[in-house]
Design a protein around this ligand. Structure first.
Ligand SMILES: Cc1cc2nc3c(=O)[nH]c(=O)nc-3n(C[C@H](O)[C@H](O)[C@H](O)COP(=O)(O)OP(=O)(O)OC[C@H]3O[C@@H](n4cnc5c(N)ncnc54)[C@H](O)[C@@H]3O)c2cc1C
Ligand code: SF4
Length: 470
């Protein structure tokens, strides 16, 4: 260990931009055994591991790095998977620069962080290849059943732990595929869909019962779940798209980001193209509005669909973008044209079809509630031509009480109010986890919440005064 003095930080190789924009394959390759040992041995094994403190799952990173450095990968996997239900997913999609790696002491000392995410991916892929990941064996059968609404990372992580504790677990998913935003939001070039399917197949084999095309509040009432299950976890995510200040209603070629990404992911999974021709960017001049990870996924998808031009319009500057710096750099390499400090002011349209938009040039003002400097109008207005506008401005929750005909306490943002120590809602039998509790967040936080909610459900169900469901 402590090799960071001698060995440079080396990330796994990445497919060159001109090659990778020709398909939707993942762009990062895996480490070789030698590279993984070299990179793990750079860890300084510090007494207070800031990487671990800043990992939402509190992963025991220094220990598994030491095992990799000693080529003891099965033990490394044991430790890494003891806190993380889906380490192969986090290794790929966590914004490590803001979490574990950004707080690595070796990084702070100016030597370049330990490449924690790529090593986590390496351990887990090795575990799959070597057959170390077997179906879950329950501690002991509990004879109680839990319903999980939503099959995103929060729901799937909770299912994993509840099954381990011995509960019967049934997942209800309104979409036709399992995985939530892992399958239909995040593009294949960041997270190959075969990995999501591999995990969900593993959960099926372990005994989780999945009901797809089954929307709670429509196909089955929430009341029915309450009467049939001993506990319920709501993990429905947030899907109501935030709208632009300028009017885009009835403009056919101004579309929400998620509609666009879902269509692209469905095509990649072999489904037929939808009849809406505006859900594909081929040969179009595309403007994506927004500066978060969803906007980066849209611009990079549009490049791969052979758009004639892809522009990203963002109201602050690069340093104040909410998205991961790594993804912005990838987008720039792939030819996306960024227009910073640009605030859309009007859609130019003919017969409900946008032909472009005007935008106001901004400058940076004071720091706002988000902790970033806010844009201030300079009075200069410009215009751009476009025949496809993608709105990527973030997501809000639907009002769950209207949907489920319940009376759960909500926050002022319409997220479900829970006691964060218990993930329990104002109805003691009902728990909630993931984006529906936090607002739009990260996969790793959804996995954390699913893990913690499962523990609290176990505590709840094992207390003596619980009446068994019929
Ligand atoms: C385009 C995009 C890219 C992203 N990229 C990243 C990234 O790179 N890294 C990262 O860490 N995070 C990323 N995120 C955020 C991350 O995907 C989410 O924080 C995470 O998926 C939230 O997990 P969840 O389980 O709470 O909800 P979701 O993943 O949204 O899953 C909720 C599930 O519930 C289902 N559902 C909803 N209502 C019902 C109902 N009434 N009945 C039955 N089922 C229902 C939905 O269909 C869905 O499958 C991204 C998000 C988006 C939109
Ligand atoms: S789960 Fe995410 S934050 Fe935690 S160690 Fe892995 S990559 Fe880093």
């Amino acid at each position: 260990m402590l090799e960071f003095f001698k060995k440079k930080q080396v990330s796994p190789s990445k497919t060159e931009a001109d090659k990778r924009i020709k398909d939707f394959q993942e762009i990062y390759n895996n480490y070789s055994t030698k590279d993984s040992i070299d990179q793990a041995s750079r860890c300084s094994q510090c007494g207070i591991p800031f990487c671990q403190i800043h990992c939402p799952l509190n992963n025991n990173i220094p220990d598994w790095l030491k095992y990799i450095a000693e080529d003891r990968l099965e033990e490394a996997y044991e430790i890494s998977s003891s806190t993380n239900a889906f380490p192969e997913v986090c290794g790929r999609v966590c914004p490590q620069d803001r979490l574990c790696e950004g707080n690595c002491v070796v990084e702070k000392a100016g030597f370049g962080s330990i490449t924690i995410g790529s090593l986590e991916k390496y351990i887990t892929e090795t575990a799959w290849d070597n057959g170390w990941i077997n179906p879950i064996k329950s501690e002991k059968k509990q004879n109680q059943k839990v319903a999980i609404i939503g099959s995103g990372p929060a729901g799937l992580a909770a299912a994993t732990y509840l099954l381990e504790y011995g509960y019967e677990v049934e997942v209800f998913e309104k979409s036709d595929r399992i995985g939530g935003l892992l399958i239909y939001g995040i593009p294949n070039f960041k997270l190959d869909k075969s990995l999501v399917i591999r995990r969900t197949d593993w959960l099926k084999e372990s005994g989780v019962k999945f009901n797809v095309n089954c929307e709670i509040g429509k196909d089955i009432t929430f009341k029915k779940l309450e009467n049939t299950f001993d506990a319920i976890l709501i993990a429905t995510g947030v899907y109501k798209a935030r709208s632009l200040d300028v009017v885009t209603e009835n403009i056919h070629n101004s579309i929400p980001a998620l509609d666009y990404l879902i269509e692209s992911n469905k095509l990649g999974l072999g489904d037929r193209a939808s009849e809406n021709k505006y859900l594909n960017a081929k040969d179009k001049r595309v403007i994506v509005i927004g500066g978060g990870d969803t906007a980066m996924d849209c611009v990079r998808t549009a490049v791969r669909q052979q758009a004639s031009e892809v522009i990203c319009l963002y109201r602050r500057n690069k340093e104040n973008m909410p998205g991961s710096a790594r993804e912005v750099a990838n987008a720039e390499q792939e030819g996306v044209n960024f227009k910073w400090l640009s605030v859309p002011s009007k859609i130019i349209q003919e017969k409900n079809i946008a032909t472009g938009l005007t935008y106001k040039v901004a400058k940076l003002g004071e720091v706002d509630d988000s902790g970033r400097r806010s844009p201030v109008d300079t009075g200069i207005e410009k215009s751009l031509k476009s025949n496809l506008i993608i709105e990527a401005l973030g997501f809000q929750p639907e009002n769950i009480n209207e949907k489920f005909k319940t009376h759960l306490d909500l926050t002022g943002w319409d997220t479900i109010k829970v006691d964060f120590n218990r993930f329990q809602t104002s109805n003691p039998k009902v728990f909630a986890a993931g984006d529906i509790v936090r607002g739009a967040s990260l996969v790793v936080w959804a996995i954390h919440d699913g893990r913690e909610a499962a523990k609290k459900i176990k505590n709840f169900l094992s207390s003596n005064n619980i009446k068994k469901a019929s």
